[in-house]
Design a protein around this ligand. Structure first.
Ligand SMILES: Cc1cc2nc3c(=O)[nH]c(=O)nc-3n(C[C@H](O)[C@H](O)[C@H](O)COP(=O)(O)O)c2cc1C
Length: 326
């Protein structure tokens, strides 16, 4: 079963499924596995770490992969973009901040520019920057984002692109974990999906011990948008962005008490506990970014199987829809 769309055409891939560049979670092995299965994997450059990036591009082997950055953080070490472009990535994705300072260099290198957006204003800025692909990210998504939901953001941006930038390809992100999500995204006007949480529950994801078990136990009710994990790590995110994370003892203790957490002594003490808990596999006392799709994720599977099953299920749903049962 093949689901050919303008996304598969634009990227020269078989299936309209992208693995999200989850910072330090999507390493070269996961990205390459998604590409090998017919989608496209994007290495999670995150806040930017030159050595980590080199290691993960090497881990991708000969796999054709892309790379994503947190834009406001890339602005503090812009040389990382040049370092990345040397690897001739299939695409560079920018999220969370103005794409404009980096767009020209990416496009001039012949690399596909993907911008992940959370609002209509972001979508307009992405078009103005020359984005080839726009990822509309709804608030169901794991990790950082804003408040618009996938179900309305995707068709609104689809309508806007039809009029303003018909060549720009639209991808949906946030809450897509199986073939139902992929089929729904296509129905909403997207040409494919960018998936994070489901691939976090893959064998190839770079995650601490105990994380997979904690997510498998969680329902979709158990996540919250919060700044607690940024405050404890002393990351200065623009205030309009919060991160969707699993509610656990750490988050429940500090959510709503961020001011207190951020005070000098407390943040030092709590950051130490937070990292120690992560290293010890104590998932109740550290941070886990995950989307509302947590409630759909019960098993850990090879990333390639996730891609193949998602596409097969979506194909079946879409075929049945076109041919109603007699
Ligand atoms: C653990 C985790 C880390 C993430 N890190 C990043 C990141 O560094 N950069 C980025 O652009 N998006 C990041 N995201 C968001 C994804 O790009 C994507 O929007 C999201 O995973 C889609 O929703 P889903 O999790 O429901 O699939 C992250 C998501 C998760 C779950």
């Amino acid at each position: 079963m093949a689901l050919r769309t303008r996304l598969t055409q634009r990227l020269g891939i078989e299936h309209p499924v992208l693995c999200a560049p989850m910072g330090f979670v999507t390493g070269g092995k996961l990205a390459a596995a998604v590409t090998a299965a017919g989608g496209l994997g994007l290495i999670g450059g995150g806040y930017g770490d030159a050595e980590w990036l080199e290691r993960e591009f090497a881990a991708a082997g000969n796999g054709r992969v892309g790379c994503g950055f947190i834009t406001w953080s890339l602005a503090t070490q812009p040389h990382l973009l040049k370092q990345t472009l040397v690897h001739a990535p299939a695409a560079v994705m920018l999220s969370f901040g103005a794409p404009e300072p980096f767009a020209a260099a990416i496009k001039a290198s012949g690399t596909c520019l993907i911008c992940q957006v959370q609002t209509m204003a972001h979508a307009r800025a992405a078009v103005a920057s020359g984005a080839d692909i726009i990822v509309a990210q709804g608030s169901e998504a794991g990790g950082h984002g804003q408040t618009r939901t996938t179900f309305t953001l995707v068709p609104e941006i689809a309508d806007y692109l039809t009029k303003a930038a018909p060549e720009t390809v639209l991808v949906a992100a946030g809450g897509v974990a199986d073939g139902r999500g992929l089929a729904a995204a296509l129905m909403l006007g997207a040409e494919g999906v960018l998936v994070g949480s489901r691939f976090m529950m893959s064998e190839e994801a770079l995650v601490p011990a105990g994380l997979h078990e904690a997510v498998a136990r969680a329902s979709g009710d158990a996540t919250v948008r919060t700044t607690v994990l940024d405050v404890v790590r002393k990351l200065e995110w623009p205030p309009e962005h919060t991160g969707r994370a699993l509610r656990n003892r750490f988050v429940d203790t500090w959510h709503g008490r961020e001011g207190e957490l951020g005070t000098a002594d407390t943040v030092v003490r709590e950051f130490e506990r937070y990292t120690r808990a992560r290293d010890a596999g104590d998932m109740d006392n550290t941070g886990i970014f995950i989307g509302e799709a947590a409630g759909l994720l019960n098993d850990v599977r090879p990333a390639g199987d996730i891609v193949r099953d998602m596409v097969a299920e979506a194909g079946q749903i879409l075929t049945n829809r076109r041919e109603p049962a007699r």
